[in-house]
Design a protein. Sequence first.
Length: 72
Amino acid sequence: MLRLDLTQLALAAAQNIQTADEVRRDPAVVKAAKQFAEDGAQALRSGGALAREAQSSWRRHSLLAKRAGTGE
């Protein structure tokens, strides 16, 4: 039966936590994360603008279709 060495397991976990923290604080990773956040925010703004323009266009074309159908 396989036995776990809890000391080795704890050491490996501590090393992985330390490595993850070092990666999180790496200047290149921090810069890329900031750029990702800015790009995401811009994508949301652009998506909102697209939705508003599509809605506005739908209304304009719906009114034109109604007018054409009624002879106005």
